[in-house]
Design a binder for this molecule. Structure first.
Ligand SMILES: [Zn+2]
Ligand SMILES: [Zn+2]
Length: 147
């Protein structure tokens, strides 16, 4: 068995007994979530689709894009915005931020706590922050070394 396909056989075992529409949707979602997690690169919708296509060709592009959007709305995954010309998603939902390399477009996690800054916005302006998207742009260590 190829690396990282164990989750997939589990999903397919569920799929065998899935003949109801609702169940089918759940299975599609599990496959899409699994692909995002397995890719583990803050994949774009396109990259998720390319991965899913190889393991479940019956799932179309529109389905992948729609499910990613819906999962992000429901908080199951995190939409991290249009960082490279297409929408990227993160299976890791805890509060963290991203660095994007200008050269190779790889996206890295920054584990940082900005709650103090957010608290200040409330104290000084009475502004209640609901959401925060911070993206740092620059060069990753590999691209930096290559210059
Ligand atoms: Zn880079
Ligand atoms: Zn991330």
């Amino acid at each position: 068995m190829k690396r990282g396909t164990a989750w997939l056989s589990r999903v397919f075992l569920t799929a065998i007994s899935a003949n109801m529409e609702g169940k089918r949707n759940t299975v599609q979602r599990q496959i899409i979530y699994g692909a995002l997690k397995e890719l583990d690169i803050h994949a774009s919708a396109e990259q998720v689709f390319e991965y899913v296509k190889n393991i479940a060709p019956s799932i179309g592009k529109a389905t992948v894009y729609r499910n990613l959007r819906r999962m992000a709305e429901e908080g199951e995954i995190m939409s991290i915005g249009n960082l490279t010309g297409s929408m990227h998603y993160d299976h890791n939902c805890h509060t963290h931020y991203h660095c994007v390399c200008d050269n190779c477009m790889k996206i890295f996690d920054v584990e940082e706590d900005f709650s103090e800054v957010m608290g200040k916005a409330y104290e000084t302006e009475g502004f209640d922050i609901k959401e925060c998207a911070i993206t740092f742009k620059g060069l990753c260590w590999q691209c930096r070394d290559a210059v």
